[in-house]
Design a binder for this molecule. Sequence first.
Ligand SMILES: C[S@@+](CC[C@H](N)C(=O)[O-])C[C@H]1O[C@@H](n2cnc3c(N)ncnc32)[C@H](O)[C@@H]1O
Length: 241
Amino acid sequence: MTCNACCATYARVFGKNVARFEAWRYRHFGPARATRTLLALIQAAHSAKDAEVLDIGAGIGAAHLELLKAGARCATDVDASSAYLEAARAEAERLGLGSRVTYHYADFTRVADAIAPADIVVLDRTICCYPDMPALLGAAARTARHVLGLVWPRETWWVRAAVRAFNMFERLTSSCPLMVYVHPVAAVDAVADQHGLRCCASRDVGFWHVRVYARGSAQRQHAEVVEGDVHAGSVEKRDRH
Ligand SMILES: C[S@@+](CC[C@H](N)C(=O)[O-])C[C@H]1O[C@@H](n2cnc3c(N)ncnc32)[C@H](O)[C@@H]1O
């Protein structure tokens, strides 16, 4: 295990009970709405077929499991919560996808250099609980060959108020509190931009901002989906001319 102080916090917050509940929810209801939107936007930017996927902070693995079902060749799951990794492995086995996933229990910033680049890199609600967003996102962006998909809390007053209340509760009740961060879109764009990635699609889904970045041809080919509508796993392209 290659980790830092965050892992103790994650072990507390993302423990066995939470992992068990998330796995139950995924089995009965599928991926969360924001994750479904993320997957639709990612697949509009780059086909999942034969793709290599890197899912950083994968939780119970919903994002990479869905991409594997959609035809991705293999996936790597790097997570700083051992309970989530165990649950993700169990879900993959249950779906008969276990042999196509590699698991690493680690803080991604510490192992990024040893992780192979992937066509599709996913950070679904991961940058919002890590204290050094530029380090985590920069490392992820360097690893993304074609597409990088992110979900994090929106910059609205009510999301900020909820996050502030959560952070205060954590500070009052724990010696290793989990802090949640509402990153400005411009700050996230700036890190992606430093690594040659440009936003090609974005949506607001309730509490969450969903944003997909692409480089090269994927970016040019799908620039038009930025303003499109997402419906249950597909993206409608809107003619902007
Ligand atoms: C809020 S959970 C999201 C889980 C899942 N992606 C989802 O959307 O349901 C955040 C996850 O990110 C992981 N995480 C946060 N920072 C990380 C880092 N630097 N390296 C690896 N995993 C990290 C945590 O362990 C946790 O599993």
